[in-house]
Design a protein around this ligand. Structure first.
Ligand SMILES: C[S@@+](CC[C@H](N)C(=O)[O-])C[C@H]1O[C@@H](n2cnc3c(N)ncnc32)[C@H](O)[C@@H]1O
Length: 208
């Protein structure tokens, strides 16, 4: 699945199709701005599957946070470095990338669905360990369960792969990892063409 995803993003024009604006929508502001409002100045953020860095990393770097993005697509890492010079970007697989220390917030937007869903629970547990106590997770998860790994041909001119559980299972897994949900909403209910559940959650307590 990773090879399909990486090759797909190297070929596709994701930024041109989905990330032309540096502005956040009111819905995105609730979550990205909500995260920013809860972090101390200069807090450290890790972004799993950062893509070309706009608009989310740009907004967080503008807000004065120290941001590191990780992405498997070399083209996206090159674009992110151009788009957000104030942040650091690393080419790699976020499922195995090891940051030097725990972070104040982990962000993972529109990226978990590119990892086989059998790995999601373990990844959320890993996210919990990477976030400092009192720190935050900002993530988008699927609303509908896919039929295993779904392959889509002709997505943005490329072949792409998706894998997701339904919203209820995803929320259960986030809570099971030890996070307490602060805010969650399906963006489709706010007029978006996307159908993802945005979740802002806090790491509470010790490792479960
Ligand atoms: C739909 S894009 C989202 C990018 C960005 N988060 C945004 O919202 O604009 C998904 C990104 O996740 C990256 N990605 C997918 N699987 C990955 C993995 N295992 N490790 C690192 N990056 C991954 C892709 O290369 C792509 O840039």
């Amino acid at each position: 699945m990773r090879t399909i995803v990486r090759n797909g993003y190297e070929l596709a024009d994701y930024q041109g199709a989905y990330r032309v604006s540096a502005e956040l929508s009111p819905f995105e502001r609730r979550f990205v701005g909500g995260l920013a409002a809860m972090l101390a100045p200069g807090a450290e953020i890790l972004d799993w599957g950062c893509g070309p860095g706009v608009p989310y990393d740009l907004h967080l770097a503008w807000s004065g946070f120290r941001l590191t993005g990780v992405d498997i697509c070399a083209k996206h890492i090159a674009a992110a470095k151009r788009n957000v010079p104030a942040a650091a970007f690393i080419e790699g697989d976020f499922t195995s990338h090891q940051p030097p220390g725990p972070v104040d917030a982990l962000v993972c937007l529109y990226a978990l669905f590119h990892v086989p869903r059998e790995e999601h629970s373990a990844l959320l547990a890993r996210a919990y360990r990477l976030v400092k106590p009192g720190g935050f997770l900002l993530i988008t998860v699927g609303v509908h369960r896919t039929a295993g790994v779904e392959i889509e041909r002709g997505w943005c001119g490329a072949t792409m792969a998706w894998s997701s559980f339904d919203a209820e299972t995803n929320l259960r897994m986030i809570a099971g990892a030890g996070f307490g949900v602060v805010l969650s909403a399906d963006e489709a209910d706010w007029g978006s063409n996307e159908h993802q559940l945005w979740v802002l959650a806090e790491r509470r307590g010790a490792v479960p």
